[in-house]
Write a protein that binds this ligand. Structure first.
Ligand code: BES
Ligand code: MN
Length: 459
């Protein structure tokens, strides 16, 4: 470890520079307008992986953004670790809220600012730089490694199932390691053992065939689609956040007493969260603590709504159309396909008269759970504790990583989620950042973990 630390210290600036170069490529996957940049980010990674010492570098592509594959398989008799990450990022708007340009990364007070600085380029580079440091120190790796870095995570990993099936032999491994989750406290390491799934859809409500004068002739005689959509959305959730769609909560696994106790032992301050967000109250389903609501209860949230006139001044119309984007977070054992049927039925039964509804189903993914007592999880915890010098917190996450359940489904091997994000990293938000200290700690912890997996720890 001593030699390794020296190598990491020596190449500190260079490692950060490599991450910065990757962040500079605006690989936004969620809109069609960055197709080229997404592609060039994948290309950039293939070159970088070759430079680090990986072999068999190639792009796996179906009818979507390319997935980067590379491997190094010369550690005879040692486990094969499949490391998954994603190089695509979320959009940057509202741009005016960034203190520096999202794709011209800037370091301020030991934090690196830029889109993808944490989610997921920063965390992906912790993995890559850990492996590079191991190569540099020993001219070899303690384990066999396969890398799978995709460009569609932020849009639901739509072509991943096909890729996993078509390349199932190439991707054979003993375990999967992913750094794309968060820690609960800034200095305290965490391993995540559960993710929520997601189900997204768009509702479009069509009223009259054109905008109408809201007084003359029409006012008082025609259904207003904005009122219709708000009524419909209002019928899906009560005032406590409980979802009123019949069948929505069917099959949900109840939280065990043991897990509830673990949640209670974890630090969470409602006061701090309220102060941070400038809200007077927290909100959510009754009978559950905030952590329980975020980690093990499902939600239904309107992400955006539009329709009618929003420009300056008064405009007296009954608009022709209204739309809303909605996502549900789902938990074990909810099934997105069953939920679609429940939602469809609810919409049909609750659509106000005088409008037509269309539903467009967006991406979905299944929730994931692995027992926190799994020996491989406990082993990973040891490495985190060695570097952070603090006991690991075993946590779940409210977010989703669609590929996790897909990988589980395809390979049935353990998936270890060792993540280093934190709420202050502003992922998906303006001023996304990465603590440089955490970048270094993460790299060192992963080095330690891989040495441990190969039983190769020296002093
Ligand atoms: N890294 C996040 C998910 C995450 C964040 C897990 C924090 C645990 C803690 C991931 O990149 C993400 O944002 N996923 C999307 C998926 C969706 C667009 C299909 C999400 O959860 O919204
Ligand atoms: Mn994300």
């Amino acid at each position: 470890m001593k030699q390794l630390k020296a190598i990491l210290d020596k190449h500190k600036i260079e490692m950060l520079d490599d991450l910065i170069k990757c962040i500079q490529i605006p690989s936004i996957s969620t809109t069609g307008s960055y197709e080229e940049e997404v592609h060039s980010c994948a290309q950039h990674l293939t070159q970088h992986l070759c430079q680090i010492g990986f072999e068999n570098v190639q792009l796996l592509q179906k009818n979507g953004h390319p997935t980067v594959y590379a491997d190094w398989l010369h550690a005879k008799g040692k486990p094969i670790v499949l490391i998954y990450g994603h190089y695509d990022v979320q959009p940057v708007d509202p741009l005016e809220e960034w203190h520096s340009h999202p794709f011209q990364p800037e370091i301020r007070d030991n934090y690196l600012y830029g889109r993808g600085a944490t989610d997921n380029k920063g965390q992906l580079f912790m993995q890559l730089k850990a492996l590079e440091a191991l190569f540099r120190t020993n001219q070899t790796l303690p384990i066999n490694v396969k890398l799978l870095i995709e460009g569609e995570e932020e849009i639901g990993s739509t072509t991943m199932p096909e890729i996993l099936q078509d390349y199932s032999e190439l991707l054979v491994a003993d375990l999967i390691v992913i750094s794309d989750t968060a820690m609960l406290e800034e200095q305290v390491p965490a391993i995540c053992y559960g993710l929520r799934g997601i189900l997204g859809f768009e509702l479009s409500v069509q009223g009259p065939n054109r905008d109408l004068h809201s007084g003359s002739i029409y006012g008082g005689t025609v259904q207003n689609p904005i009122h219709a959509i708000t009524q419909l959305l209002g019928s899906m959730r009560d005032e406590t956040g409980f979802i009123t769609i019949e069948g929505f909560y069917d099959h949900i696994v109840e939280l065990s007493k043991e897990e509830r106790r673990n949640f209670q032992s974890l630090p969470f301050s409602s006061e701090q969260l309220k102060a941070d967000l400038h809200v007077s109250n927290l909100f959510g389903e009754e009978g559950f603590t905030p952590l329980e609501r975020v980690w093990v209860r499902p939600t239904l949230e309107v992400n955006g709504i539009s329709g009618g006139y929003q420009g300056e001044g008064i405009k007296t119309i009954i608009p022709a159309k209204a739309t809303a984007k909605i996502t549900c977070r789902i938990v074990p054992n909810q099934n997105p396909h069953d939920l679609k049927a429940c939602i469809q039925k609810h919409i049909e039964a609750n659509t106000p008269p005088g409008v037509n509804i269309e539903i467009y189903w967006d991406s979905h993914s299944n929730p994931y759970f692995i027992s926190p007592d799994h020996p491989l999880i406990l082993q990973a915890a040891q490495s985190l504790e060695y570097v952070f010098q603090k006991p690991v917190q075993f946590i779940r996450a409210g977010g989703s990583i669609p590929a996790v359940e897909m990988l589980h489904n395809q390979f049935q091997i353990p998936i270890i989620l060792v993540g280093f994000s934190h709420s202050s990293a502003n992922v998906h938000s303006a001023n996304e950042n990465l603590s440089l200290q955490r970048f270094e700690d993460g790299i060192l912890a992963l080095c330690h973990y891989y040495l441990q997996l190969g039983n190769d720890i020296g002093d």
